[in-house]
Design a protein. Structure first.
Length: 293
């Protein structure tokens, strides 16, 4: 019985190359996107991450129109579009009386519409669906190399700027008081967000890539308080959800990207109720004990 269960868990990845490539891409994405998602959550920028995820679509569409389904061309186009939107939203919030989240919302809706129109002009709805929802089971060596490169850059940069970024996330006024160059860390962090969203859209699409970034991070916060534990938990949750999602897509013929994000959503709902640190039931239990004493 136990041996049969192990076969169910391992056989798809032993027998098929495309499943191994998909699993490898999930491992890299989890290592890169989950820590970035934790910092987005800590900085109260979760919806800005979603906006940037949509903003890469027109750049990817331009790359597609120029070079077809070329992973490097679409990645470069998406990266440029994401950075451009972040720059324009920042300038709008600085020089006009518009909050940063409102600027991001306005720009991302416009970018999403432009991207859909650009891809639709090619007359191929299948390619549009691939850009929007991804196809992790179709990840090839080129896409996997780009994902691995993005993850490597993310881990190195986060290691270098961890302390000032963490301080800027929890107390930006203090960092400004000691001339900590908070604006520089903010810009570098936004670059990492765009980089990971571009890496994620190759596998999960522009509409799903932000899910693997944010849902494990939010779920981990419901279980732990310290930053280190939250980072580790969010990465492990992203890995587990990616693995289970791939198995579900293989055995039940489900779209792989939505299956993975649905697993992340399920983990979040469970954490929302039973998460040790901030879950509903543990908080009610602690409150009842407090009143009892």
């Amino acid at each position: 019985m136990f041996i049969s269960f192990l076969h169910l868990l391992a056989d798809p990845f032993i027998d098929y190359d495309f499943m191994r490539f998909a699993l490898a891409s999930i491992i890299f994405l989890a290592l890169g996107t989950a820590p970035v998602g934790v910092f987005l959550m800590m900085r109260r920028m979760s919806l800005i991450g979603d906006a940037l995820g949509h903003a890469i679509l027109p750049g990817a569409a331009v790359g597609y129109l120029i070079a077809g389904l070329s992973v490097p061309a679409m990645s470069i186009g998406g990266f440029i579009a994401g950075l451009l939107m972040a720059l324009l939203a920042g300038l709008a919030s600085r020089f006009a009386n518009v909050k940063e989240d409102a600027s991001f919302a306005a720009f991302f809706l416009t970018c999403l519409a432009i991207g859909v129109l650009l891809v639709s002009k090619s007359g191929n709805s299948v390619d549009l669906l691939n850009l929007l929802f991804g196809s992790i089971l179709a990840v090839d060596k080129t896409a996997l190399t780009l994902v691995a490169l993005a993850t490597s850059i993310t881990m190195i940069v986060l290691a270098l700027i961890y302390r000032p970024l963490f301080l800027e996330s929890i107390d930006p006024l203090f960092l400004r008081a000691v001339r900590g160059k908070g604006g520089l860390w903010h810009i570098m962090f936004l670059v990492l967000v765009v980089l990971n969203l571009v890496a994620g859209f190759q596998a999960l699409g522009t509409l799903m890539s932000v899910g693997l970034m944010m849902l494990p991070a939010i779920s981990a916060r419901l279980w732990a308080r310290t930053m280190g534990v939250i980072l580790i938990l969010s990465t492990l949750m992203a890995l587990c959800c990616g693995y289970i999602g791939l198995l579900l897509s293989y055995y039940y013929d489900l779209p792989s990207g939505p299956a993975i994000i649905l697993c992340c959503g399920t983990i979040y709902l469970l954490s929302l109720f039973v998460g040790y640190e901030n879950g509903v039931l543990p908080r009610l239990y602690k409150r009842s004990r407090h009143h009892a004493t």
